[in-house]
Each structure stands twice: as structure tokens, then as C-alpha cells.
Design a protein around this ligand. Structure first.
Ligand code: NAD
Ligand code: MG
Length: 391
């Protein structure tokens, strides 16, 4: 197949192709070789895997964002027939590549924001896994969307809501109900959480994901970030975004309508379905990744989340309601605190305590551009570093 669209497939740029979502997205591509072709791949540091992926998919562009890997990139990625770009520009170039119809942003962290804005600015359809870019720069992303481009959620909860809303009148929606597995520490008390280690936090009961989002799932910050993500994606005020515990992760989220009906999307926990849906939309492609066998499921249960023990969820609601720069500060403090936890420098419960302290000291200001986001993040990261140093 040529890379000029003559093959008839959708031409895809994958940002963060070496990560958990990126690798699963390439599995989706390999399952649909006549429907999807890869035109760009980017990675932060794993050149070996990026090279392997490039050999298989023959993209036009390879991007390497990490500094150290960037120095080795030209040499280690030579001979693949792809242009090799490094640094931040690499991400934006891949996001706005003229030969791409579709961009998947699977970068982790708010480092993905420029790419989100670049893809929309170039009028692309953007399949967005990188929730942090909506959390940090939601108002900027909505501004960009007014001018062009299209946003399709990849996060399983938002994909579920997106699917439940198809063909419905948004004016008839009462609320969105996001489901939460509760993470590996569901049901534990604060006392029981104090000594938990990195490996326990990474052992998610239903999903296998990257390290950062796994820790976020354990603190419930992931659900908090998803509440903010839902606010920007679906335009509902925070009091109309509900969260419910659902340990089996089979119902991926729900929409409550004004006549009392609640619509849900069910499937076994497997990110390849929401990834595939974002890439195939508005079509649905067969075969299914995993058939949802209802009789084998046993039961589906629901419960309340312990919002006092897992403080991050309410912090996210608070930051979302404050608006402006507050969600960017919440996210930046969390990114720094999670990184320190993963390095073994702070304890698990320190994450929420630190984010809370940073957020409380922040005075939210409106965001008029990317520079405001980065400034708020820089301040938050500095304050977080001081607090981490005191632990
Ligand atoms: P991951 O850590 O496995 O992969 C992250 C990818 O981003 C890698 O390819 C890495 O090279 C790249 N990257 C890292 N730092 C970067 C930087 N500073 N600049 C540019 N690229 C960088 O993460 P993941 O679990 O695949 O998650 C990716 C995104 O998708 C996150 O925003 C996460 O919240 C979201 N998400 C993930 C899952 C999941 O199941 N893994 C589910 C829902 C949403
Ligand atoms: Mg999710």
C-alpha cells in the first residue's frame, strides 16, 4: 500500500507508540491492514521497540522526544526509509503530518498538550488517549476544536459515554455516570494504605496499563482526571458527572437521561475495543477482540467510593469547579508526586496530601494560551518539589 492514501485505508499517526496504548493500537492496525496504515510513530526513549515497529509498519516519519534517545536517534533509526525528527517539534510534526488523516495521541502526561493542539490545528481527527492534555488545557482544546478538527475519546469510560450518546439529543441528558474499578486498594482504610509499595500500587485488578496511570488508578486520581476530561468532552457541569464503583470493569460508563433511562456500554476490560472504535468511527469493525459472554460473568456489582480515604477524587472535582489554571496545577502536582512515588522517594498517601497542599495554595487564573498552562505547571512543580523534599 502506498502512503499517499491510494490504498484507501485511513492513514494514522501514533504518538507514544511504544507505550501500553500505542502498542495495543498497533495490534489494531495489524488486524485491519487494508483499513489502517501507519504514517508516523513517536517514542520518548525506547528506540529498540520504535525501530521494530518501524520495520513492520514503514512509516514516513519517526519522532523521538526524549533528550538522551534523541542524540542516538539518527544513527539507530537509519536505513528505515523514514524521516527522523527529535525533540518537542517531532511530536507536533507527527501530529500535523499532511499525509495523516487520523492522529492517536497516546503520550502520557501533559507533555501531550502541544500535540493535541497541533493535530486539531491541522484539522485532523484526533483519537485522544492522553487525558492529561484535556485536564491541563481543556479551554484551549475547546477553542482549537471550534476552528477545526475532531475529537474522539479513547479512554474506555469516555468511549462508553460517546457510544451511549450516539443518536441522542444532548439536551435530554441528565448526567453522565463514570464507573471506577476502585483500583487495587478498593475497600482499604487510610491506615492500611500508609505502607503500600510501588508494586502493590501497580497491580491493577482489571487493567494492565502504563505505570503512571496505574498509580493514578490506585489513588483514584485517574477517576478525578476522567471527571475533568468528561466535563470538557461532553460539556456537562461537574454536578452532573457522577462516579460509581464497579469492581468488574465490564460496564465502562453510563448516561442517565431525563426520563429515567440509563444507557450503559458493556464489554470485557480490553483497551483494544475503545482504541479500535476511535479508529473505525463511525463504523464498527469485526471481528470483535473479545466476545462478552454474559453468562460467564457471574455478577455485576456497584458501590460507593471512599472519598475521604482517596482524597484525589474530590481534589479533582474541586479543581475542575475552580476552573482556569486549577486543573493544570492539580495535574502537574500529581505528575511530579507520582514520579517521586515511583522512585520510592515518598509514600503512597503522600501523593494526595501533596497535591492537596499545592492546590490549596494556588489562586486559579483564566488560561489564555499555552504559556499560561506551562507557567501554572512550572509553579506547581516547584511547590511540589519543595513538599517532596520535606518528606
Ligand atoms: P505508557 O507510559 O505505557 O506510554 C506512554 C508513551 O508516551 C510511550 O510511548 C512514551 O514513549 C511516550 N512518552 C512518555 N513521556 C513522553 C514525553 N514527555 N513526551 C512525549 N512522549 C512521551 O502510558 P499508557 O498507559 O499507554 O498511557 C498513555 C495515555 O493514555 C495516558 O494519558 C493515559 O492516561 C491514557 N490511558 C491509558 C490507558 C491504558 O490502558 N494504558 C487507558 C486509558 C487512558
Ligand atoms: Mg479510563
Amino acid at each position: 500500500m502506498s502512503k499517499n492514501g491510494e490504498g484507501g485505508g485511513r492513514r494514522l499517526a501514533v504518538l507514544g507508540s511504544t507505550g501500553s496504548i500505542g502498542r495495543q493500537a498497533l495490534e489494531v492496525v495489524e488486524r485491519h491492514p487494508s483499513r489502517l496504515e501507519v504514517v508516523a510513530l513517536t517514542a520518548h526513549s525506547n528506540l529498540e521497540l520504535l525501530r521494530e515497529q518501524a520495520l513492520r509498519h514503514r512509516p514516513l516519519l519517526l519522532g523521538v522526544t526524549g533528550e538522551e534517545a534523541g542524540r542516538r536517534a539518527q544513527q539507530e533509526l537509519a536505513g528505515l526509509g523514514a524521516e527522523v525528527l527529535t525533540g518537542r517539534e517531532a511530536l507536533e510534526a507527527a501530529a500535523s503530518l499532511p499525509q495523516a488523516d487520523l492522529v492517536l495521541n497516546a503520550v502520557v502526561g501533559s507533555a501531550g498538550l502541544e500535540a493535541t493542539l497541533a493535530a486539531l490545528g491541522a484539522g485532523k481527527r484526533l483519537a485522544l488517549a492522553n487525558k492529561e492534555s484535556l485536564v491541563a488545557g481543556g479551554p484551549l482544546v475547546l477553542e482549537a476544536l471550534k476552528r477545526g478538527g475532531e475529537l474522539i475519546p479513547v479512554d474506555s469510560e469516555h468511549s462508553a459515554v460517546f457510544q451511549c450518546l450516539r443518536g441522542e439529543d444532548p439536551g435530554e441528558v441528565e448526567s453522565i455516570i463514570l464507573t471506577a474499578s476502585g483500583g487495587p486498594f478498593y475497600g482499604r482504610s487510610r491506615e492500611e494504605l500508609k505502607g503500600v509499595g510501588v508494586n502493590e500500587a501497580l497491580a491493577h485488578p482489571t487493567w494492565k496499563m502504563g505505570r503512571k496511570i496505574s498509580v493514578d488508578s490506585a489513588t483514584l486520581m485517574n477517576k478525578g482526571l476522567e471527571v475533568i476530561e468528561a466535563h470538557f468532552l461532553f460539556g456537562l457541569p461537574y454536578e452532573r458527572i457522577e462516579v460509581v464503583a464497579h469492581p468488574q470493569s465490564v460496564i465502562h460508563s453510563m448516561v442517565r437521561f431525563r426520563d429515567g433511562a440509563v444507557m450503559a456500554q458493556l464489554s470485557l476490560p480490553d483497551m483494544r475495543l475503545p482504541i479500535s472504535y476511535a479508529l473505525s468511527f463511525p463504523e464498527r469493525w469485526e471481528p470483535a477482540w473479545r466476545r462478552t459472554d454474559l453468562s460467564g460473568l457471574g455478577g455485576l456489582t456497584f458501590g460507593e467510593l471512599d472519598r475521604e480515604t482517596f482524597v484525589c477524587l474530590d481534589l479533582a472535582y474541586r479543581a475542575g469547579e475552580a476552573g482556569g489554571s486549577a486543573p493544570a496545577v492539580l495535574n502537574a502536582a500529581n505528575e511530579a508526586a507520582v514520579a517521586s512515588f515511583l522512585e520510592g522517594r515518598i509514600g503512597f498517601t503522600d501523593i494526595g496530601d501533596i497535591v492537596k497542599a499545592v492546590l490549596e495554595r494556588h489562586r486559579p487564573a483564566p488560561l489564555s494560551g499555552l504559556r499560561d498552562v506551562r507557567e501554572a505547571e512550572r509553579e506547581a512543580a516547584e511547590r511540589t518539589a519543595v513538599l517532596i523534599g520535606k518528606r
